[in-house]
Ligand binder design. Sequence first.
Ligand code: BTN
Length: 326
Amino acid sequence: MEFNDLLALVADGEFHSGEELGAALGVSRTAIWKQLQKFANDGLVLESVRGRGYRLPGGYCALREQAIRQALDAEASALLSSLDVLQRVDSTSSLLAERGRLGASSGAVCVAEQQTAGRGRLGRTWVSPFGRNLMFSILWEFDGGAAALEGLSLAVGVGVAETLQALGLAGVQLKWPNDVLVDGRKIAGVLLEMQGDAAGRCQVVIGIGVNVAMPDNAPIDQAWTDLKRAGQEQLDRNYLLAALLNRLLPLLHAFSQTGFGALRERWQALDALYGRPVVLHRGAWQVAGVCWGVADNGALKFEGEAGVEWISGGEVSIRAGATHDS
Ligand code: BTN
């Protein structure tokens, strides 16, 4: 029995008895049950209800290269240099970094149904079950080294947030530097990794994870939401990826010319932290203060007891129990 054969049978999201699945695949009910335990290790977790059988909650609509390409507009199609649609990979960002070292150019994109070693910011892992969310990376090359990349991670956050708004989501905001929130809960994250010459031509791998339809018991240690919970139940992931690329590929192209300054106002219009009491986390240290927007280089204006500081790395969290006016 192959992973994909079973997946095709349960893709409708309806209940199927062990007997029915066994008959369709030519194996016993017990064999189905044993195989499901193994598939669970691959991230395909089926719900089992006594008397009704098994189902894949929410069903499954596969990522397909043709469907993604068809939904791209002319500008994004011209900027896309390659598209890899994979079932499983350690990390889409690791794969693209490797492709970049081997000569891939700006506009290479990789998306996967599942990552076995997905990475988040600040050394965290990025966890997602098979086929339920969107995880992809984009490779882009820049001249001018690290200095030319100032604010790039915020720019990408603007692109993701504005795409979600255009798809009809309300309450979309950005938490510095680039967490995308809906009603204060994280719905998407962005991770930038650079390779090459820090003073000259370099490549950036932009990794983006969007929560689409998380299981209820997702092991995530911060407030999160997903597109389904935000009212976008029917959104096809192929269409979602194309919508993101339609905005992000031209944005990256323009960023090489204009930098973050041209996007600063748009970032600030989405700022979840402006004027809010926050805690700045610096390794083991924590400093209380208030945030007042960002500079043209993407640095956060933070006002603590010691006065105003411009913050360019680390993490800021909203102070527990604090309100807009406190
Ligand atoms: C964050 O911590 O908020 C950033 C999360 C970035 C996750 C994405 S999923 C696709 C790409 N591949 C990875 O390993 N990480 C990024």
